[in-house]
Design a protein around this ligand. Sequence first.
Ligand code: NAD
Length: 451
Amino acid sequence: MPLASSPVTAGVPSGGNDGIFGDIEDAINASVAAQVQLTAMGMDMRKTIVAAIRQTALAESRRLAELAVADTGMGRADHKQAKNDLATNRTPGPEDLEPECFTGDHGMTFVDYAPFGVIGSLTPCTNPTSTIINHGIAMISAGNSVVFGPHPAAIQSTLEAIRVLNRAIVRAGGPPNLLTSIAEPTLRTAKILMTHPKVNLLVATGGTSVVKAAMTSGKRAIAAGPGNPPVIVDETADLPKAARDIVAGASFDNNMPCICEKECFVVQSVADRLILEMQHAGAYLINRQHVDSLTKILITEDGHPNRDYVGKSPQVLLNAIGLSVPANIDLVICETVEEHPFVQEELLMPILAIVRVSDYNAAVEAAIRAEHSFRHTAIIHTARIDRITDFAKRIRVNLFVANGPCGAALGTDAEGYSAMTIAGPTGEGACRPRTFSTRRRVALPGSLRVL
Ligand code: NAD
């Protein structure tokens, strides 16, 4: 459908540079027009568009990953590439919108998944490009257009991801501006997005502040907040495997993903062996004095993580206290007490605090306290099925892994689809196309029951 001939596109701002506008109003108006065009193009075109996004995202994965690291100064390009690829390959497409149908003596009723319309999506600096890929696929699959509010600390990489995906959409025959944003996003423009009457659904992925802002915006909101995932290791666990899984999970992208193991509660009788196995798996153990020195640097006076060190490598963190470690060290481990900020705060740094506990029950109680009811992610290593069941029931998180690294919760070397938005506070869990849809029911009383 040509832009100029459509009544809905009359007055649509021109000048968007592959979806990037100078003004938030223009970005929203262009998004409204793009969504109407997408609806008119039908389901097959949605499938074509999503296939084109996947193809381009795979081809651009490494470049976008490197750009994200250069832009934010956080994380690792190899792991960000893996996140981009995971989002590309494992985010469900339009096939996720399976309709529901009821038939009986009174005829037929079906329920379809329909688009919300324009989605306003506030995205984090910790997963800038993978979130755009994941939302692009899932939200467009559901028939929506998206106006992104990128984190001001990740503007270049977020906008570049939007640009390349928009170009792929247009090349595939889709409408321009299905994904839009603005060249200079700020807190002010994020707030406009959150309350704008033309934005039909708000999706906020970030820390406590944006979750609160979204949930009090007066708009339908899906809010995905912080996590502080505990991992429990009991006396029945396969310790070498548990150690390898924990080191792999906690070191991933310098521990920036919200799902990463962030503190470990280990039963006293196997603690020494687990720590040794973690060292064999490549972790670097620091002593109590090092922990004290690091705490002074990494934790601010008001008790929160120092943002200057978020997403930095073990080498950068340890250099700050005068320790130099080989480049192949991916994770720092240390023993501490439950009350320590390395246990209770979401550091987003490659440091795993380990706390010894008397038994399994004490581990569960400490894990529940450290998770702070974020309802996010928890992990356990045990040979006892009853404990897997018990811990999962008691901690009540959206993502739970037994005997694997945290990434298994989102489909890495495991079953299930992937998501970059885990909506704990509003309850949707791992978001997918049907999450970004509204239900429409059509009843045909007395008709289409053919038996
Ligand atoms: P952040 O909260 O600083 O920013 C996230 C987004 O919200 C950005 O676009 C930012 O501009 C916007 N924002 C922040 N405060 C706002 C406010 N008061 N009003 C309007 N907009 C606001 O988060 P971050 O540092 O980019 O990301 C790290 C945090 O996000 C961590 O806590 C991490 O656990 C969490 N996270 C959660 C998920 C999840 O799926 N649950 C996914 C990724 C990151």
